[in-house]
Ligand binder design. Structure first.
Ligand SMILES: Cc1cc2nc3c(=O)[nH]c(=O)nc-3n(C[C@H](O)[C@H](O)[C@H](O)COP(=O)(O)OP(=O)(O)OC[C@H]3O[C@@H](n4cnc5c(N)ncnc54)[C@H](O)[C@@H]3O)c2cc1C
Length: 402
């Protein structure tokens, strides 16, 4: 059976798929292979994880989680999902600072592509990494930690430097979150974009570029009845207005642990319509948010025929070389498209063209057509750690200009 990504729009071309059960087996495999790449949980929408050689899936590796309470850190096996990790961390009295909308994604794969949630003061998931172990081209294990010169290049690295086997993540004390959905945000409220996005620990706008709803994830109760001209949703909501909300985390302001509120989707359910979508996201400097949103409203009629829903999120800057948030507080403009690659492409190109004046960067795990330039220091790091291009694939060859 052909192995595909979650959305089924990429069929992996690997000659062989391996599930090593130990570090030693993985090291032998990598050292003997001419072309090799790790696959996480396969949730990316493009061919970033593909290879024509050996595809390695770490789902049978030892899955011990080690929590260092004194240091407030957790060491995680690379292929573990956030859905499995989060309750373990919570049980120990800790939390991850943020989570993505879907908890089913693997830690290594998410970090490798710069995956993020929302929150003015919260960075992407990769910024929580303080150290990682990777098996490099000759089969040896390299540990890189915060403070090492190569570290900022090795965290968001698209699998191009080696196979990551474990990551150490920073933790914060466990906390409670209340999730509210507010409907009918008037277009005029865009003028208050900064205040709206600052109204919760994590805030997302869901819009079809006509009607906008707000997902507010707050540590405090929301008391204002007509918050920014909106009305409270009278029942749980799915981000797609027509979908039932049974796959969504609890809303209506009921307090609950961080990992049961920060993701939009529950760990024990696949989101409704699972796999029946494509996604793109462009990440812009935060200061361009309002102008960029206004531009997208003007092409809303062109976007809507192939759009399921858009999501607007904010993300704090980090210092990771390939991170879409490198050096700039950012706004993420996300598009969940219908699953029609040919119909979506011209509209995606139009969106990219519309947003081009705002210096956008693409989400590495989603669909895009305009490639950003690759920082020279990442190119030299990839050449130094992987001189023969063992971990290269079509995606990284374009990025690295090879
Ligand atoms: C329904 C849905 C919701 C999503 N929500 C969000 C969201 O809220 N925010 C967001 O930012 N993104 C989101 N995404 C995108 C998703 O987070 C990214 O595509 C992410 O990379 C998925 O992780 P993965 O484990 O599936 O990675 P994969 O697609 O399996 O791999 C991604 C990359 O990581 C590399 N990789 C994986 N494991 C390793 C390893 N052990 N060592 C080295 N390299 C490795 C692969 O080679 C590849 O280059 C969503 C995707 C879906 C399908």
């Amino acid at each position: 059976m052909t192995l595909t990504n979650w959305a089924g729009n990429t069929a992996f071309r690997a000659r062989d798929v391996h599930h090593p059960t130990s570090l030693e087996e993985l090291q032998r495999l990598v050292s003997a292979s001419a072309q090799v790449r790790a696959l996480g949980s396969g949730h990316s929408f493009n061919d970033v994880a593909d290879t024509t050689g050996d595809l390695v899936i770490l789902d049978r590796m030892p899955d011990t989680v080690e929590i260092d309470s004194a240091a407030a850190q957790v060491r995680v096996p690379a292929r573990m999902t956030y859905a499995r990790l989060a309750p373990i961390v919570h049980q120990a009295g800790f939390a991850l600072a943020n989570m993505a909308s879907l908890p089913h994604i693997s830690v290594a794969g998410s970090v490798a592509t710069g995956t993020h949630g929302s929150g003015d003061r919260i960075q992407g998931l990769a910024a929580a990494v303080s150290s990682l172990d990777l098996v490099t081209a000759d089969g040896s294990v390299l540990t890189l930690s915060r403070g090492d010169a190569d570290f900022p290049g090795a965290v968001v690295a698209l699998g191009a430097l080696g196979v990551v086997t474990s990551l150490t993540l920073d933790l914060v004390p466990a906390f409670q979150v209340r999730q509210y959905v507010r409907e009918g945000l008037p277009v005029d409220a865009l003028a208050d974009f900064d205040e709206i996005m600052a109204s919760g620990y994590s805030v997302s706008l869901f819009t079809d570029w006509r009607d906008t709803r707000v997902w507010l994830k707050r540590t405090e109760e929301l008391t204002s009845p007509d918050w920014y001209g909106t009305r409270p949703a009278d029942a749980p909501r799915h981000p797609l207005p027509t979908m039932p909300a049974d796959s969504c985390t609890l809303q209506l302001g009921v307090p609950g642990p961080w990992h049961e509120r920060l993701p939009h989707f529950r760990p024990d359910f696949e989101p409704s319509g699972a796999g029946d979508e494509l996604q793109s996201e462009l990440i812009l400097p935060r200061e361009h948010a309002v102008k960029a949103l206004r531009e997208l409203y003007t092409i809303g009629d062109r976007i809507r025929p192939v759009l399921q829903i858009s999501e607007v999120r904010t993300i704090a800057a980090d210092d990771l070389w390939l991170s879409p948030f490198h050096g700039r507080d950012s706004v993420g403009l996300h598009f969940t498209w219908v699953k029609d690659p040919a119909g979506v492409r011209p509209v995606l190109e139009l969106v990219e063209e519309t947003l081009a004046p705002f210096d956008p960067r693409p989400h590495w795990g989603k669909l895009f057509t305009r490639w950003p330039s690759c920082p020279e220091r990442f190119r030299s790091l990839a050449r130094r750690l992987d001189p023969a291009g063992k971990f290269a694939n079509d995606f990284t060859r374009i990025l690295l200009g090879e």
